[in-house]
Design a protein around this ligand. Sequence first.
Ligand SMILES: NC(=O)C1=CN([C@@H]2O[C@H](COP(=O)(O)OP(=O)(O)OC[C@H]3O[C@@H](n4cnc5c(N)ncnc54)[C@H](OP(=O)(O)O)[C@@H]3O)[C@@H](O)[C@H]2O)C=CC1
Ligand SMILES: CC(C)CCC[C@@H](C)[C@H]1CC[C@H]2C3=CC=C4C[C@@H](O)CC[C@]4(C)[C@H]3CC[C@]12C
Length: 469
Amino acid sequence: MDVESKENGVISNGFHGYKEGYKTLEKSEMNTGRPLTNLFNKLILPLALVGLTPQIVMLYWYTNVKFAGSYSTLIAHFRSDSVLGTIVAMWNQLSIFNTFTVGVIFGFFAWALFWMVVLPGKEVHGPVTPNGNVPQYKDNGFLHYCVTMAGFAILTIVLKYNGLTPTVVYDRFGELLGFMNVFALCFVFLLYIKGITRPSTSDSGKTGGGFVFDYYWGTELYPRICGIDVKVFTNCRFGMTVWPLLVCIYALKSYEIHGFVDSMFVTTILQLTYITKFFTWEAGYMHTIDIILDRAGYYICWGCLCWLPSLYPIVSHYLVTHPLRLGTLLATSILVFGLFSVLINYLADLQRQDVRKANGDCLVWGRKPDLIRAKYRIECGEERESILLASGWWGLSRHFHYIPEILLSFFWTVTTGFENVLPYTYVIVLVILLTHRSFRDEQKCSMKYGVYWQEYCAKVRHRIIPFLF
Ligand SMILES: NC(=O)C1=CN([C@@H]2O[C@H](COP(=O)(O)OP(=O)(O)OC[C@H]3O[C@@H](n4cnc5c(N)ncnc54)[C@H](OP(=O)(O)O)[C@@H]3O)[C@@H](O)[C@H]2O)C=CC1
Ligand SMILES: CC(C)CCC[C@@H](C)[C@H]1CC[C@H]2C3=CC=C4C[C@@H](O)CC[C@]4(C)[C@H]3CC[C@]12C
């Protein structure tokens, strides 16, 4: 890094116009050169997502509480009362602006922001951005997670002694989600304005895709407000933290109604293990496309504020009203297979990281690793090198780690049995998300590494499923 100057917690390295492939990818995603495809990508798809997904997250909740977790009953209701009628009736039942919703949501924001600022952490850097900035982070995610879970345990005990319970969040989740939806839609609009008028860094501005696309995609890559990184807050300190809290609240609710239920126990352990794993690796997440490629717009910010809290804990939400006794053998088997899946996913992520850290001077599965020393050029002309691992987990397929990720979600879902499709929504969405993500990530890698990426693809022929896909 040449001259490093600090702009809002993001270091500017002096050579602007830097490119590791990301800028080109962003442009190619927006402009395909085909008018109809552009119209679809820039207007129709973002408009459909912004219009429909807020209703969809509300409908997950509504289907669970009003239609016994059955999509068929919801569809029957759509037929008798119309889709619009059902949605209007759903919103009419909710009073979303009240002291409870404001208190819970802003109280949690204050808690998360406070710990984000005060907890210590090593300074870590994200990759250099298209415009030559190097984002800085304080790696205190794991501490924040521990403090929050401990705080929740203490709050639960204090409330219990006062005849209260945190499961009121389950009882009034529709109101909270409704409020969060309105808040997130406004917040994303403010981010849109901020990116144009008061950007934190030079990785900002309109994309040229029009208002709808810019609202959906965002106008800034790394917005910071009063020194707080917006994406770290929405993705990690809100979305990924609310998920385990909701899982615990739903487990408590189930315990209040049914006592100990093994299916709820198994799904809770599996989800909490996965989330704990995420927080131990939070700094690694700063190198993924969510952070280095996706701007802070509707997709990522609304997604982490509303989509994640509604969809990701859906199995636990469903089990509150559908307790299923699995029996010791089945419960233990699902737990063991699930834990084994998290372990494989974790080991695959770790293997790639370790090989790069050791500059290839290590063993992979007891052998010298098969490596590609991939060269790439940054826009100022400087050449850099990175390692692509072509053996171990990364030699089985190019995104083998997605398989245990999907299997794990299947295992924590199969605890619900096979009565309804609704609890399987997350698994289904995850398969689509990860397949799409593998294409986006490979487009990025291909632009970054060129022939070296082709060499890797020639060595490791399959994208996700060995010998198949
Ligand atoms: N539950 C959910 O909703 C989701 C979960 N996930 C999980 O998050 C984690 C991160 O996944 P994801 O964001 O897709 O990113 P990955 O961990 O798959 O990382 C992709 C990056 O790794 C580098 N890379 C690719 N191939 C190799 C190789 N052979 N050797 C070394 N480096 C390589 C490239 O970056 P570089 O530029 O550094 O070379 C590439 O962009 C995973 O565990 C995944 O399962 C992901 C998405 C959604
Ligand atoms: C607009 C919506 C239809 C879609 C919103 C999608 C986002 C909420 C999610 C897109 C990618 C997701 C994630 C990526 C990687 C992750 C690492 C993993 O270890 C934990 C989960 C996650 C942070 C995950 C969270 C939701 C997304 C950002």
